[in-house]
Design a protein around this ligand. Sequence first.
Ligand code: ZN
Ligand code: ZN
Length: 330
Amino acid sequence: MERERRRLIVTGVVQGVGFRPFVYRIAHAHGLAGSVCNRGDAGVEIEIEGDPQEIEGFLTDLREKHPPLARIGAISVEEIPPTGEAGFRIVPSKDGAGSAGAIPPDIAICDECIADIFGDTRYRGYWATSCTNCGPRFTVIESLPYDRPRTSMRDFPMCADCRAEYTDPLDRRYHAQTIACPRCGPRLTFDGTDDDPIACAAAALKSGEIVAIKGIGGTHIACDATNADAVTELRARLGRPGQPFALMATEEILPRIAEVTEEEWALLRSPRRPIVVLRQRPGALPEQVAPGLHTVGVMLPYSGLHHLLFAQLETPLVMTSANRPGSPML
Ligand SMILES: [Zn+2]
Ligand SMILES: [Zn+2]
């Protein structure tokens, strides 16, 4: 059988978005041998070998079926001599000149991971659940190529169960650099106690206290947005007398406090979970949330921690960044 081999360089946003597992799957589907690796310049390098028609099919799939979060800039193709290699592998990253330009943003937790957290799985109740389709990226990646040793997850070696999923090409967490579970991943605590941290935080928020919530992607200062005294106290402590506060609310809570159009829902639900400025429902929020304004900035929960917290709450939260302007992210 005639065999050909190609070397491809793919540029764009192709690291940290499930691109290598995707390449692995389509190479398998086309019966091609070869390898894929991340490059230090933020691109991905692929070598494929096999039937020329299957190579064409692979290239079509690469362009048309790539993961939704990937952005392909350009694909260069070079013909190289076949080596007779069998099988397709994900190989260690090649170091090279780093470029911060193509680090993907943090991505809101996906529906499957939410189902894992609330279902009967080993991730049940785990605040930092993620997969190749979701989770922190920008806030954990220290340099490219995107591999666990270059992320802030390096201090949490995978347990045997996580390792098994990480190395299973058919698993959603195949090569998910942020994979972690209750056994091996970072743990939450509340105020240094051993009590259930989510339950403690929810109880404190319900009773009008101010709570600092440190997740993987930075720290928020939170309080019950419907409690005027709590919001006033938060303003006093932060020294921000008039600046409007951003809120976080679930899809169930949000319609009670703001009017939301179809376009605004689409924006709220997009993977980066932006803060969207909405029209307040008159009288739904205390004046102190956004003094003098009829609008309010709201985002939907975007991490497992947020979903676990809101499972015990019925009100929106003020969620303001703990970072001072111009200072490093906490
Ligand atoms: Zn996920
Ligand atoms: Zn684990």
